[in-house]
Write a protein that binds this ligand. Structure first.
Ligand code: SAM
Ligand code: SF4
Length: 328
């Protein structure tokens, strides 16, 4: 079966947030005191997530990305990965993590069937890393990356959010990692989510500017994207082993090719990251809804998926909640 929305986009990808908790407090994502944590009973249980994903897979969802909050702080995550990898129709499971706990879990995750890893890292300088994340785990993150590499996770994707006047002088250093390693380094435009105090338009570096900087390292050769391979535009710097990618939610939105849904940790189905539209799947499942009821909810979420987002037009006070709440 295939799911297509009102704008003829094929929907085959879901990002599942398994927790809103995190072991870091990145300045652009969370306030230093953290956000109000959802209680354990409000969070979807693993068996509920698996049931929902089985219904979604039946409808045509093929790819699942696990995210959060920090997914590795939730107990027993490898068991969830294993259960998802056994769902008929799910072809790929990936994980987005800040990497702090990766060294402890990389092997179990691999054995459970995890195929792809995205690690978020915004600075290679220990002091700046601490300033951004309010944590001092840079060495743990690198150790996790090395272990994952050794276990054969491929490609290893590293996500960096450049912020003007803060870590933008590391853009070329990150891109240069691809000369020696087959990493995919992805530069994500700083978005006005959860960071109202520190976000301003001038701190967000448009992807074109990041590209121009990186092209000083060598010619950027485009790599063709397959449908649904994600919003990144990918290139290889001449002579490099790895890939650089650019994700521009702000300057050049990619809504036309959006193939995804989001499931929040408290069981809300969100058809668009940047819209507050959400449908309560947890209520349906806990009220004893049948698979057919759940299927209808997925279909209605796809029917209301907006054509595009309007964050460029929104005033700051209406900006959406933190990525840690929705699942980045
Ligand atoms: N904790 C995990 C991590 O950091 O990878 C997964 C969740 S985190 C919310 C997912 C991604 O969202 C990270 O790559 C993070 O850099 C990104 N993110 C969070 N807030 C952002 C913002 N305001 N602008 C751009 N990216 C943001
Ligand atoms: Fe935690 Fe990820 Fe948000 Fe950083 S970006 S505070 S690691 S959820």
């Amino acid at each position: 079966m295939e799911l297509t929305d009102s704008y003829n986009r094929k929907i085959d990808y879901i990002r599942v947030s398994v927790t809103d908790r995190c072991n870091l407090r990145c300045i652009y994502c969370m306030p230093s005191e953290g956000v109000r944590e959802i209680t354990h009973t409000e969070i979807l249980r693993y068996e509920e997530i698996v049931r929902l994903l089985s219904v979604a897979a039946d409808l045509g969802i093929k790819k699942v990305r696990i995210t959060g909050g920090e997914p590795l702080v939730r107990k027993g995550l490898p068991s969830l990965i294993k259960a998802i990898s056994n769902i008929k129709g799910i072809e790929e499971i990936s994980l987005t993590t800040n990497g702090v706990l990766l060294r402890n879990f990389a092997r179990e995750l691999k054995e459970a069937g995890l195929k792809r890893l995205n690690i978020s890292l915004d600075s290679m300088n220990p002091n700046r890393y601490e300033e951004i994340t309010r944590g001092n785990n840079l060495a743990d993150v690198w150790e996790g990356i090395k272990i994952a590499e050794g276990l054969g996770f491929s490609p290893i994707k590293i996500n960096m959010v450049p912020i003007r006047g803060f870590n933008d002088n590391e853009i070329k250093d990150f891109a240069s990692l691809t000369f020696n390693k087959p990493y995919h380094i992805r530069f994500i435009e700083f978005m006005p989510t959860g960071a109202k105090e520190i976000w301003s338009k001038d701190k967000c570096i448009p992807v074109q500017e990041i590209r121009d900087l990186i092209s000083e390292l060598g010619e950027l050769k485009p790599i063709k994207n397959e449908w649904g391979s994600g919003p990144a535009k990918n290139f290889r710097i001449d002579g490099a082993k790895g890939v650089v990618g650019f994700i521009s939610a702000i300057s050049d939105h990619f809504c036309g090719g959006c193939n995804r849904l989001r499931l929040t940790s408290d069981g809300k189905l969100r058809p668009c990251l940047f819209s507050s539209l959400e449908i309560d799947l947890k209520k349906a499942i806990r009220d004893g809804g049948s698979d057919e009821d759940l299927r209808r909810i997925f279909v209605s979420a796809i029917e209301i998926k907006p054509e595009k987002h309007y964050i460029n037009e929104l005033p700051p006070e209406l900006l959406i909640k933190s990525m840690s709440k929705i699942g980045g």
